[in-house]
Ligand binder design. Structure first.
Ligand SMILES: *[C@@H]1O[C@H](CO)[C@@H](O)[C@H](O)[C@H]1NC(C)=O
Ligand SMILES: *[C@@H]1O[C@H](CO)[C@@H](O)[C@H](O)[C@H]1NC(C)=O
Ligand SMILES: *[C@@H]1O[C@H](CO)[C@@H](O)[C@H](O)[C@H]1NC(C)=O
Ligand SMILES: *[C@@H]1O[C@H](CO)[C@@H](O)[C@H](O)[C@H]1NC(C)=O
Ligand SMILES: *[C@@H]1O[C@H](CO)[C@@H](O)[C@H](O)[C@H]1NC(C)=O
Ligand SMILES: *[C@@H]1O[C@H](CO)[C@@H](O)[C@H](O)[C@H]1NC(C)=O
Length: 249
């Protein structure tokens, strides 16, 4: 019973990281362009803070100034108009509609929010204009470019193809799981080889007998089965193997 529990807990620690990373992506925003996730992972689009990303789609021209507010007036975009620009007070994302010749503010930099779910996005809600920028990781590209897909006057969707859209790892160090695995493999190797030597030379064991704790290892397939059931049932200590657990699965 104790062996079962230890093995099960070990399997849970090994696999919990993986299960976690598939299900959700939690990225805590630490500044307007940076969010940090578990396991030293982060997304940092601040290198884009020096670039101007513009994109045209039919009658719309979008101006995206990542990580900062830029004051945009009609004269800045070569339009002869005396009207007050909605983006004059500063915007990170601004749209010019060539049909009604108006600049509309789609968001200021502090309104940007990283999504905590897949797919990875950066979104803005400005008044009743909601904008979603899908962060598409292109690690082999040097340049970044923006594509506009949706624009119905209130909702705007973009995709930002960029090497800075990628999830990066701060210290390419070993995760808890890998460290445990290496540690256990080493200890196991020492135990197996050391045990075999001791049994061989001190007790004169031969063949199968040189394997330490042979009865335990013979029963291992059954224990692994218990452990797997334990992991699959969400590591609930109440369901550690009993005869009926096998029936349930
Ligand atoms: C980006 O746009 C701003 C404001 O229009 C301008 O001052 C700056 O020179 C532009 N930078 C680049 C690299 O185009
Ligand atoms: C952007 O503008 C908003 C509102 O004007 C302001 O609160 C914010 O501090 C500005 N951020 C930067 C980086 O300029
Ligand atoms: C801008 O428009 C006004 C009339 O709306 C006109 O008088 C003026 O000459 C125009 N300026 C330029 C630079 O086109
Ligand atoms: C929201 O949009 C409606 C029309 O779509 C408009 O009449 C209203 O003024 C907008 N509200 C704000 C706060 O921009
Ligand atoms: C652009 O302006 C025209 C004319 O006012 C309007 O019908 C259209 O919905 C606008 N487009 C967007 C995306 O706001
Ligand atoms: C636009 O983005 C939002 C938020 O991610 C999403 O729910 C919606 O389906 C997108 N619209 C289209 C047409 O892709």
């Amino acid at each position: 019973m104790i062996k079962n529990t230890i093995l099960s807990i070990f399997l849970c620690i090994l696999f919990s990281n993986r299960i976690h990373s598939i299900e959700e992506f939690v990225c805590i925003e630490t500044s307007v362009c940076l969010c940090n996730s578990y396991d030293n992972k982060y997304i940092d689009i601040s290198p884009l803070g020096k670039t101007n990303l513009t994109v045209e789609n039919q009658n719309l021209r979008f101006f995206f100034y990542p990580c900062r507010n830029v004051s945009l007036d009609y004269k800045d975009i070569g339009v002869n108009s005396t009207a007050t620009s909605d983006c004059a007070s500063g915007a990170t994302l601004c749209v010019y509609n060539t049909t009604d010749q108006k600049l509309t503010n789609l968001g200021i930099v502090t309104e940007g929010k990283f999504s905590n779910f897949y797919p990875k996005t950066l979104s803005f809600l400005h008044g009743n204009k909601s904008t979603t920028v899908l962060l598409e990781c292109t690690p082999d590209f040097d340049i970044s470019y923006l594509v506009n897909s949706v624009s119905d006057g209130n909702h705007y969707n973009f995709t930002l193809f960029s090497p800075h859209s990628c999830t990066k790892t701060a210290h390419p160090g070993l995760s808890v799981g890998s460290t445990l695995l290496i540690l256990c493999t080493t200890i196991f190797g020492v135990y197996l080889i050391g045990g075999a030597l001791v049994l061989h030379f001190l007790r004169g064991a031969r063949g199968r007998e040189t394997i330490p704790n042979i009865e335990f290892w013979s029963s291992l397939p059954g224990l692994v089965k218990d452990g797997t059931i334990f992991v699959l049932t969400g590591c609930n200590p109440m369901v550690i193997s009993s005869a009926d657990t096998y029936d349930k699965i």
